[in-house]
Design a protein around this ligand. Structure first.
Ligand code: ADP
Ligand code: MG
Length: 245
Protein backbone atom coordinates (compact mmCIF):
# COMPACT_ATOMS: atom_id res chain seq x y z
CA UNK A 1 0.00 0.00 0.00
CA UNK A 2 1.34 3.42 -0.81
CA UNK A 3 0.79 6.21 1.63
CA UNK A 4 1.00 9.66 0.03
CA UNK A 5 1.91 11.13 3.40
CA UNK A 6 5.22 9.30 3.45
CA UNK A 7 6.55 10.79 0.21
CA UNK A 8 8.19 14.14 0.91
CA UNK A 9 6.64 16.98 -1.01
CA UNK A 10 10.17 18.31 -1.48
CA UNK A 11 13.49 16.61 -0.98
CA UNK A 12 16.97 17.91 -1.63
CA UNK A 13 20.05 15.72 -1.44
CA UNK A 14 23.61 16.92 -0.99
CA UNK A 15 23.25 20.27 -2.70
CA UNK A 16 26.46 22.23 -3.12
CA UNK A 17 27.28 25.58 -4.62
CA UNK A 18 30.45 27.69 -4.78
CA UNK A 19 31.02 31.31 -5.67
CA UNK A 20 34.49 32.49 -6.66
CA UNK A 21 36.12 29.33 -5.33
CA UNK A 22 34.37 29.41 -1.94
CA UNK A 23 31.77 26.75 -1.24
CA UNK A 24 28.81 28.49 0.44
CA UNK A 25 26.40 25.52 0.36
CA UNK A 26 28.27 22.41 1.41
CA UNK A 27 26.09 19.35 1.01
CA UNK A 28 22.63 20.29 2.24
CA UNK A 29 19.98 17.57 2.48
CA UNK A 30 16.44 18.25 3.61
CA UNK A 31 12.86 16.97 3.35
CA UNK A 32 9.64 18.97 3.49
CA UNK A 33 6.60 16.78 4.21
CA UNK A 34 3.06 17.51 2.94
CA UNK A 35 1.11 19.81 5.22
CA UNK A 36 4.23 20.98 7.02
CA UNK A 37 6.20 24.16 7.43
CA UNK A 38 9.94 23.55 7.52
CA UNK A 39 12.17 26.45 8.52
CA UNK A 40 15.70 26.84 7.27
CA UNK A 41 17.06 28.91 10.14
CA UNK A 42 20.52 30.40 10.43
CA UNK A 43 22.58 33.58 10.66
CA UNK A 44 23.01 35.93 7.76
CA UNK A 45 25.44 34.67 5.13
CA UNK A 46 25.18 30.94 5.99
CA UNK A 47 23.78 29.99 2.57
CA UNK A 48 20.00 29.94 3.11
CA UNK A 49 18.98 32.08 0.13
CA UNK A 50 21.39 30.29 -2.19
CA UNK A 51 19.80 26.98 -1.16
CA UNK A 52 16.30 28.34 -1.80
CA UNK A 53 17.31 29.81 -5.16
CA UNK A 54 18.63 26.44 -6.30
CA UNK A 55 15.32 24.79 -5.34
CA UNK A 56 13.43 27.51 -7.21
CA UNK A 57 15.64 26.88 -10.23
CA UNK A 58 16.97 30.41 -10.55
CA UNK A 59 20.44 29.30 -9.43
CA UNK A 60 22.11 26.08 -10.58
CA UNK A 61 23.73 23.74 -8.06
CA UNK A 62 27.25 22.40 -8.60
CA UNK A 63 26.12 18.98 -7.38
CA UNK A 64 23.17 17.29 -5.70
CA UNK A 65 19.56 16.51 -6.57
CA UNK A 66 16.12 18.04 -6.06
CA UNK A 67 12.89 15.97 -5.95
CA UNK A 68 9.24 17.05 -5.89
CA UNK A 69 6.73 14.37 -4.83
CA UNK A 70 9.43 11.76 -5.30
CA UNK A 71 10.27 12.76 -8.89
CA UNK A 72 13.64 14.17 -9.87
CA UNK A 73 13.29 17.75 -11.08
CA UNK A 74 16.94 18.75 -11.15
CA UNK A 75 20.42 17.29 -10.96
CA UNK A 76 23.60 18.24 -12.79
CA UNK A 77 22.46 16.62 -16.07
CA UNK A 78 18.69 17.15 -16.00
CA UNK A 79 16.78 20.30 -15.24
CA UNK A 80 13.09 21.18 -15.24
CA UNK A 81 12.72 24.97 -15.70
CA UNK A 82 11.50 27.09 -12.77
CA UNK A 83 8.00 27.71 -14.14
CA UNK A 84 7.32 23.97 -14.38
CA UNK A 85 8.40 23.03 -10.85
CA UNK A 86 5.05 23.69 -9.15
CA UNK A 87 6.84 25.98 -6.74
CA UNK A 88 5.51 29.33 -5.50
CA UNK A 89 7.91 32.05 -4.41
CA UNK A 90 7.66 34.80 -1.85
CA UNK A 91 10.67 36.96 -1.16
CA UNK A 92 10.93 40.13 0.86
CA UNK A 93 11.90 42.14 -2.21
CA UNK A 94 9.67 40.19 -4.60
CA UNK A 95 7.52 43.22 -5.30
CA UNK A 96 4.11 43.41 -6.92
CA UNK A 97 3.98 44.77 -10.47
CA UNK A 98 3.36 48.50 -9.85
CA UNK A 99 1.56 49.18 -13.14
CA UNK A 100 -0.93 46.32 -12.65
CA UNK A 101 -4.09 46.25 -10.55
CA UNK A 102 -4.40 43.83 -7.64
CA UNK A 103 -6.59 41.58 -9.84
CA UNK A 104 -3.99 41.49 -12.62
CA UNK A 105 -1.14 40.91 -10.18
CA UNK A 106 -2.88 37.87 -8.70
CA UNK A 107 -3.93 36.55 -12.14
CA UNK A 108 -0.41 36.95 -13.55
CA UNK A 109 0.69 33.29 -13.34
CA UNK A 110 -2.73 31.85 -14.22
CA UNK A 111 -3.68 30.16 -17.46
CA UNK A 112 -7.14 29.35 -18.80
CA UNK A 113 -10.43 31.09 -19.52
CA UNK A 114 -11.01 34.62 -18.31
CA UNK A 115 -13.95 33.67 -16.06
CA UNK A 116 -12.00 30.85 -14.42
CA UNK A 117 -9.08 33.13 -13.74
CA UNK A 118 -11.38 35.76 -12.29
CA UNK A 119 -13.02 33.18 -10.02
CA UNK A 120 -9.65 31.99 -8.71
CA UNK A 121 -8.48 35.57 -8.13
CA UNK A 122 -11.64 36.38 -6.16
CA UNK A 123 -11.39 33.18 -4.15
CA UNK A 124 -7.83 33.99 -3.11
CA UNK A 125 -8.48 37.65 -2.39
CA UNK A 126 -11.41 36.64 -0.20
CA UNK A 127 -9.14 34.17 1.57
CA UNK A 128 -6.56 36.86 2.40
CA UNK A 129 -9.34 39.32 3.22
CA UNK A 130 -8.47 41.71 0.39
CA UNK A 131 -11.39 41.35 -2.01
CA UNK A 132 -12.42 44.95 -1.49
CA UNK A 133 -9.06 46.02 -2.94
CA UNK A 134 -9.38 44.03 -6.17
CA UNK A 135 -9.28 47.16 -8.36
CA UNK A 136 -6.63 49.02 -6.40
CA UNK A 137 -3.01 49.45 -7.43
CA UNK A 138 -0.06 48.41 -5.24
CA UNK A 139 0.92 51.99 -4.31
CA UNK A 140 -2.55 52.49 -2.81
CA UNK A 141 -1.95 49.68 -0.29
CA UNK A 142 0.01 49.41 2.97
CA UNK A 143 3.04 47.12 3.30
CA UNK A 144 0.97 44.47 5.08
CA UNK A 145 -1.74 44.62 2.43
CA UNK A 146 0.82 44.30 -0.37
CA UNK A 147 2.26 41.31 1.42
CA UNK A 148 -1.15 39.60 1.45
CA UNK A 149 -1.55 40.28 -2.28
CA UNK A 150 1.90 38.78 -2.88
CA UNK A 151 0.78 35.67 -0.98
CA UNK A 152 -2.38 35.41 -3.13
CA UNK A 153 -0.33 35.87 -6.29
CA UNK A 154 2.17 33.16 -5.32
CA UNK A 155 -0.62 30.72 -4.46
CA UNK A 156 -2.81 31.39 -7.52
CA UNK A 157 -1.39 28.58 -9.70
CA UNK A 158 -1.79 26.09 -6.77
CA UNK A 159 1.90 25.36 -6.17
CA UNK A 160 2.78 22.09 -4.39
CA UNK A 161 5.53 23.92 -2.52
CA UNK A 162 5.92 27.47 -1.32
CA UNK A 163 9.41 28.89 -0.85
CA UNK A 164 9.52 31.95 1.37
CA UNK A 165 12.70 33.94 1.94
CA UNK A 166 12.40 36.25 4.97
CA UNK A 167 8.95 37.32 3.71
CA UNK A 168 7.99 39.19 6.88
CA UNK A 169 11.17 41.11 7.60
CA UNK A 170 10.00 44.28 5.86
CA UNK A 171 6.86 44.51 8.00
CA UNK A 172 6.44 46.40 11.17
CA UNK A 173 6.41 44.52 14.43
CA UNK A 174 2.84 45.38 15.18
CA UNK A 175 1.58 43.69 12.03
CA UNK A 176 3.97 40.86 11.79
CA UNK A 177 2.38 38.34 14.17
CA UNK A 178 -1.06 38.71 12.59
CA UNK A 179 0.29 38.35 9.08
CA UNK A 180 2.35 35.32 10.06
CA UNK A 181 -0.71 33.62 11.53
CA UNK A 182 -2.93 34.50 8.60
CA UNK A 183 -0.28 33.34 6.13
CA UNK A 184 0.03 29.99 7.89
CA UNK A 185 -3.73 29.47 7.82
CA UNK A 186 -3.95 30.26 4.10
CA UNK A 187 -0.99 28.01 3.27
CA UNK A 188 -2.58 25.09 5.14
CA UNK A 189 -5.91 25.67 3.37
CA UNK A 190 -4.24 25.67 0.00
CA UNK A 191 -2.27 22.52 0.81
CA UNK A 192 1.12 24.01 -0.01
CA UNK A 193 4.10 22.54 1.85
CA UNK A 194 6.35 25.36 2.96
CA UNK A 195 10.08 25.93 3.17
CA UNK A 196 10.57 29.18 5.05
CA UNK A 197 13.95 30.85 5.33
CA UNK A 198 14.62 33.09 8.30
CA UNK A 199 17.48 34.34 10.46
CA UNK A 200 15.10 34.93 13.39
CA UNK A 201 14.78 32.05 15.87
CA UNK A 202 11.56 33.55 17.18
CA UNK A 203 9.95 33.40 13.75
CA UNK A 204 11.03 29.79 13.28
CA UNK A 205 9.65 28.85 16.72
CA UNK A 206 6.35 30.49 15.89
CA UNK A 207 5.86 29.09 12.40
CA UNK A 208 7.73 25.83 11.94
CA UNK A 209 6.70 22.21 12.33
CA UNK A 210 10.33 21.33 11.70
CA UNK A 211 13.49 23.42 11.99
CA UNK A 212 16.72 22.85 10.07
CA UNK A 213 19.45 24.86 11.73
CA UNK A 214 22.05 25.99 9.20
CA UNK A 215 25.54 27.34 9.74
CA UNK A 216 28.44 27.92 7.32
CA UNK A 217 26.74 26.09 4.47
CA UNK A 218 25.66 22.96 6.35
CA UNK A 219 22.68 21.85 8.43
CA UNK A 220 23.98 21.30 11.96
CA UNK A 221 20.73 20.17 13.60
CA UNK A 222 17.21 19.29 12.54
CA UNK A 223 14.02 18.51 14.44
CA UNK A 224 10.86 19.78 16.09
CA UNK A 225 11.19 23.40 17.29
CA UNK A 226 11.05 22.64 21.01
CA UNK A 227 13.52 19.78 20.74
CA UNK A 228 16.02 22.10 19.11
CA UNK A 229 15.28 24.93 21.52
CA UNK A 230 15.61 22.66 24.57
CA UNK A 231 18.58 20.65 23.34
CA UNK A 232 20.76 22.86 21.16
CA UNK A 233 23.50 20.88 19.46
CA UNK A 234 26.36 23.07 20.72
CA UNK A 235 27.27 26.39 22.34
CA UNK A 236 26.81 28.35 19.14
CA UNK A 237 23.26 27.01 18.76
CA UNK A 238 22.52 27.84 22.41
CA UNK A 239 23.75 31.40 21.88
CA UNK A 240 21.78 31.74 18.67
CA UNK A 241 18.52 30.89 20.46
CA UNK A 242 19.30 32.86 23.60
CA UNK A 243 17.82 36.19 22.48
CA UNK A 244 14.28 34.83 22.22
CA UNK A 245 12.20 36.33 24.99
P1 ADP B 1 21.90 33.88 3.61
O1 ADP B 1 20.66 33.88 2.78
O2 ADP B 1 21.95 32.77 4.62
O3 ADP B 1 22.15 35.20 4.25
P2 ADP B 1 23.27 33.65 1.05
O4 ADP B 1 22.88 32.32 0.49
O5 ADP B 1 22.61 34.84 0.49
O6 ADP B 1 23.15 33.59 2.64
O7 ADP B 1 24.83 33.83 0.85
C1 ADP B 1 25.79 32.89 1.30
C2 ADP B 1 27.18 33.38 0.87
O8 ADP B 1 27.28 33.33 -0.54
C3 ADP B 1 27.45 34.81 1.27
O9 ADP B 1 28.80 34.90 1.67
C4 ADP B 1 27.21 35.58 -0.01
O10 ADP B 1 27.99 36.74 -0.06
C5 ADP B 1 27.64 34.59 -1.07
N1 ADP B 1 26.90 34.76 -2.34
C6 ADP B 1 25.57 34.60 -2.52
N2 ADP B 1 25.23 34.81 -3.80
C7 ADP B 1 26.37 35.15 -4.45
C8 ADP B 1 26.68 35.50 -5.81
N3 ADP B 1 25.75 35.52 -6.77
N4 ADP B 1 27.98 35.76 -6.11
C9 ADP B 1 28.95 35.70 -5.16
N5 ADP B 1 28.73 35.39 -3.87
C10 ADP B 1 27.46 35.12 -3.52
MG1 MG C 1 19.26 35.44 2.54
Amino acid sequence: MTDQKLTPRLEIRNLTRSFDGTQVVRGVSLKVMPGQVTCLLGPSGCGKSTTLRMIAGVEMQDSGEIYVDGSLICDTKFRIPPERRSIGLMFQDFALFPHMSVADNVAFGLKGAKEEKRARVEELLKRVDMLRHIDNYPHELSGGEQQRIALARALAPKPRIMLMDEPFSGLDNRLRDDIRDQTLAVLKDEDAAVLLVTHEPEEAMRMADEIALMRDGVIVQQGAPYNIYNNPVDKAATAFFSDIN
